[in-house]
Structure formats: structure tokens, C-alpha cells
Design a protein around this ligand. Structure first.
Ligand code: MCA
Ligand code: AMP
Length: 492
């Protein structure tokens, strides 16, 4: 009987009284305590009749109980499908319709009706899911799984506006966790300051899986808050974050060598870290932030070295086992030339759930995945991302696909068309701006209302610009680059 993720991440800790979770107030939960919680969560899945391959959608606030459900799914072969709690009811209805879960676990405050069985779990651990764990008991007995069996779906929005479920296997997640533990030299002595959300690859797989694999522990913060992080840092050895975490820390009084000097490692990813932020961080703390690059579909692809030179403005070298190439129209390009970044390796997903055509567009027959990111590889092998070939905005580490926002705004009365773009934002890196063409003076409150009803908060435009017409090229294609240039000072 084998189960790759259970055997590597969970089984080695059976009976261990070492701490896994430390909260900011000094409380701790041991590995054994966590495995007990996970076992009881697995008992609920059993009672509810979930079998290997079934999907479980989880849309709850960050909590240890939610993490225990993830562990329960790994052991039972149930596919874990986490969703951002900020998603609105129409967004959730789409994901549930697509994933066809056997069970949804939701915050009790959410009242949108779903046509599937629902249990509830609040941020403080109350709800029908918790009540069910008390009644069922249960242990973390694993079911047999292979490296190609599915462990999780993570939804990523698409350029056409329809979200795609990226299917991730036991082999994908485990190979990536191993590569990161090796590259970042994570050990059982590490204490990771965990302030990321756990419904994305960064906070869940990069942060949690590496911690479990190394037998390390985590200071568990419900969300990022700069002051709380500075206060908790003395107990930590490592931290992972999106660039906004680091710019916010730099704006925080008391964040200096005294607060950060003892740390072993700061990692940044999910969005570009400005070389200027890297330099300011080093001047303030003495630490060179280690930048790495990944995607939902591939996990992590490259990382600056832990021991070697961390080059600001680059995302470092391919991780062990992962190949990276840059291609142009005629195939792979030589060092220094800019083209499409493609990756191949055990970290690359097998495809999008029930979307063979979309999968074939991005995943070639030889296993090369087209990232949609433009970049170059220098003669030392360091990868630099110079832009995106895909129409994507990354705001505070969250991806916003303009098409999805445009579809909502275009449907509002009086709107002729819209173009949604990202422009530099001092806090979020990029901020979402909607450029609107309307029949008469548009009611911007109405547009904001439509966005609020249908789109998660981070996708909603933070500014609206009304124009007579959108700039187009000779082929009639909207010139977003021109709009970005024209509006680049919006949040300055
Ligand atoms: C919150 N808001 C945002 C964002 N977050 N708007 C744009 N972009 C955002 N990221 C909204 C809030 O709803 C609020 O709206 C207003 O902006 C200000 O909120 P604020 O309190 O400042 O925000 P916050 O709650 O402090 O959150 C900011 C954050 C958070 C801490 C940076 O967004 C965050 O944790 N980001 C991490 C994302 C992440 O984990 N990405 C990894 C993806 P209003 O004023 O209207 O109420 S995985 C990935 O990308 C790959 C695999 C990889 O390589 O890692
Ligand atoms: P997602 O699949 O939603 O997690 O987003 C993945 C995208 O985030 C990548 O394709 C890149 O465009 C971007 N990304 C992740 N890490 C970095 C980084 N270190 N620098 C620049 N872009 C990044």
C-alpha cells in the first residue's frame, strides 16, 4: 500500500509531539495533535461516502481545521479543491458546477444556495463540519495512490474568462516539495512565518508541503498584517511572501536588522519583486530576499540559489529535475534572447479538468508547458522574466484576468465596451483599471456595484477611466500597451 503524499508528508510524524503550528500567542499544536484532527476530518469524508477521485470543495477562512481537511483528502485520495473565500456566489456557482464535488465545506456566513451537500466551518472552527468530526472519530488510514493520481485542483482564470481547474497529482506536489526543501535547505529546526492564504499554490504547497516534508513548524497567522509579522518574527527562521508583504514590511517602523537579523531566509514569489525593493530590503535588514518563480500549473520552476548568488531582478535557476527553455517561432532560443518561457519536469501538471483542448494548447506532446511569461536565460542559466505574453494582471500576488472583469462591466446598461488593464500600484504592484466607452456619461457607481456583486474584491477595478473610443491597431485589436502607458500614473 502506497500513498506518496501521505507517506512523505504525514506518516513520518505519527505520534510526534514536536510542534507543527505555533500561534502568535505562544500556543502550539503538535504534529500528533494535527494528525488527530486530520484523522477526524477523514472520518467525516468516510461517513459522507466520499471515495478516491471525488472532489471536495473548501471555501473557508484560513484555519488549522481547513489544513486538516487538506491532509484528510491526501490520505483518502479525495481531490482537494480550495477556493478563495472572497469569491462571490456567482463565481462559486461556476466552480461547483465545473468540479462537481461530492461535498462542499463553506463558511456558515455564506448563504448562497448550492445544489450539492454542504457542511460548514467558520474561521474559529465552529460549524456542522466540526460537529460531524466530534461524532465520527476516524484515523488517517491512507488509501492506495500512485504518483499520477490526482491530489488537488486549483482553479486559475483563463484568458477567455472561463476558469480552468488545474489538476495536480501526488507526483507533481511531492517532487516540487522535495526540490524546494533541497534548494532552500529546509530542516526540522525551521520555523516558517506563515501569513499567506492557503487556497493557492504559494501558501499551501510551497509553504505547507515543504514544512511537513522537512518536519519543520509554522507560526500561523490568519492573514498578513505587517505589525503582527514584525512582532512574530523573533520566533521564526524563514518567511515566504508576495512582494506586497515586503513593501509593507519596509513601510513598518521597527522593521530593521534587530527584527530580521536572526532570520535564515526570506522568499518572494507570485509576482515580480522590484530590484529596488530587493535593494531597500537588503539595506534595511542585511538580507537578500530569495526570489523564485512558479505557476499554479507547474508549481515552482526556478529559484535563486540559497548558497550562491541571488541576483535581484532574476528568478534564478531551474529547480532540480525541472527544465526551462525560452522559445521563439523557430524553437529554442540561445542565451540572452527574449521569448516564451517553457518548462518541463515532474512538477508540470497533467492538464485542465475536462478541458482537453485548452490542455493541448499549453502542454505540448513532449511535456513542455507554455507559461505565457516572456523572458530570457543568461549564459549562467539565470532566468529573467521581462513581461507576459498573456493578458493578465497580478495584483498583490492574485491573478486577475481582464476578460473576466470586462465581461461583467460590458453587461452593464449603457456600456459599449471596456478594456481592463493593470498599471503600477505602490502597494499591490499592479492595480486594476477599467477603461470604459459608454453611450452617454456612464454611471460608474452602477459599474462598481456590478463588479462588487459578481467579482471577488481583488478583481474589482480600483479606478475607472471614461474615454470616447479605445485605441485599436489596423487589425482592430485593442492596444492595451498604449492604454497602460497613458494611465501608468493612475495610482502614483
Ligand atoms: C485585497 N484587496 C486587494 C488585494 N487584496 N486588491 C487588489 N489586490 C489584492 N491582492 C482589496 C481588499 O478587498 C480591499 O478592498 C482593499 O483591496 C484593501 O485591502 P487591504 O486590507 O489592503 O488588503 P489585505 O487584506 O491586507 O490583503 C493584501 C494582501 C493579500 C495581504 C497582499 O492580497 C494577500 O495575502 N495576497 C497574497 C496572494 C497570494 O498568496 N498569491 C499566491 C498565488 P476594499 O477597500 O474595496 O474593501 S499562487 C501563485 O501566484 C504562484 C503559484 C506562485 O508563483 O506563487
Ligand atoms: P498563478 O498560476 O495564478 O499562480 O500565477 C502564475 C504567474 O505568476 C506566472 O505565470 C508569472 O506570470 C507570475 N509569477 C510568479 N512568480 C513570479 C516572479 N517571481 N516574478 C514574476 N512573475 C511571477
Amino acid at each position: 500500500m502506497a500513498n506518496p503524499l501521505h507517506d512523505a508528508l504525514l506518516a513520518p510524524h505519527a505520534g510526534s509531539d514536536r510542534p507543527l503550528i505555533r500561534d502568535a500567542d505562544g500556543g502550539a499544536l503538535s504534529y500528533a495533535g494535527f494528525l488527530d484532527l486530520a484523522g477526524r476530518a477523514a472520518g467525516v469524508l468516510d461517513v459522507r461516502g466520499l471515495v478516491p477521485g471525488d472532489r471536495l470543495v473548501v471555501q473557508v477562512e484560513k484555519s488549522v481545521a481547513a489544513l486538516a481537511i487538506y491532509a484528510a483528502c491526501l490520505a483518502r485520495g479525495v481531490i482537494f479543491v480550495p477556493l478563495n473565500p472572497a469569491y462571490t456566489d456567482p463565481e462559486v456557482a461556476y466552480f461547483v458546477g465545473d468540479a462537481e464535488p461530492a461535498l462542499v465545506v463553506r463558511d456558515p456566513a455564506r448563504d448562497g444556495a448550492l445544489e450539492v451537500p454542504v457542511l460548514t466551518l467558520s474561521s474559529t472552527g465552529e460549524g456542522s463540519f466540526t460537529r460531524a468530526t466530534a461524532e465520527t472519530g476516524g484515523t488517517l488510514e491512507p488509501v492506495d495512490r500512485g504518483t499520477d493520481d490526482l491530489a488537488a485542483f486549483l482553479y486559475t482564470s483563463g484568458t477567455t474568462g472561463r476558469s480552468k481547474g488545474a489538476m495536480l497529482t501526488h507526483g507533481n506536489l511531492l517532487s516540487n516539495a522535495r526540490a524546494l526543501v533541497e534548494t532552500w535547505e529546509v530542516t526540522g529546526d525551521d520555523v516558517l512565518l506563515h501569513a499567506l492564504p492557503i487556497f493557492h499554490a504559494h501558501g499551501l504547497f510551497v509553504a505547507v508541503d515543504t514544512t511537513l516534508l522537512a518536519g519543520a513548524s509554522m507560526i500561523w497567522m490568519p492573514k498578513f498584517d505587517a505589525r503582527g509579522v514584525v512582532a512574530a518574527l523573533p520566533g521564526a527562521t524563514t518567511m515566504m511572501g508576495v512582494p506586497t508583504f515586503y513593501t509593507r514590511l519596509l513601510a513598518e517602523e521597527g522593521f530593521d536588522r534587530g527584527a530580521a537579523g536572526h532570520m535564515r531566509l526570506f522568499v518572494s514569489g507570485s509576482a515580480p519583486l522590484l530590484a529596488e525593493t530587493h535593494a531597500r530590503f537588503e539595506a534595511r535588514t542585511g538580507h537578500r530576499i530569495l526570489e523564485r518563480y512558479g505557476m499554479t500549473e507547474t508549481g515552482m520552476n526556478t529559484s535563486n540559489p540559497y548558497g550562491g548568488e541571488r541576483r535581484a531582478g532574476t528568478v534564478g535557476l531551474p529547480l532540480p529535475g525541472t527544465e526551462v527553455r525560452v522559445t521563439g517561432e523557430d524553437g529554442a532560443l540561445p542565451a540572452g534572447e527574449i521569448g516564451m518561457i517553457e518548462v518541463r519536469g515532474p512538477n508540470v501538471f497533467p492538464g485542465y479538468w475536462r478541458m482537453p483542448d485548452k490542455t493541448a494548447e499549453e502542454l505540448g506532446p513532449e511535456g513542455w508547458f507554455t507559461t505565457g511569461d516572456l523572458g530570457a536565460i543568461d549564459t549562467d542559466g539565470y532566468v529573467t522574466i521581462v513581461g507576459r505574453g498573456k493578458d493578465l494582471v497580478i495584483s498583490g500576488g492574485y491573478n486577475v484576468y481582464p476578460k473576466e472583469v470586462e465581461q461583467v462591466l460590458d453587461a452593464a446598461p449603457g456600456v459599449v465596451e471596456t478594456a481592463v488593464i493593470g498599471v503600477p500600484h505602490p502597494d499591490f504592484g499592479e492595480g486594476v483599471v477599467a477603461v470604459v466607452v459608454a453611450e452617454g456619461p456612464p454611471d460608474l457607481d452602477l459599474l462598481a456595484q456590478a463588479a462588487a456583486q459578481q467579482l471577488a474584491d481583488y478583481k474589482r477595478p480600483k479606478a475607472y477611466e471614461v474615454v470616447d473610443a479605445l485605441p485599436r491597431n489596423a487589425m482592430g485589436k485593442i492596444q492595451k500597451a498604449e492604454l497602460r502607458e497613458r494611465l501608468r500614473g493612475t495610482f502614483a
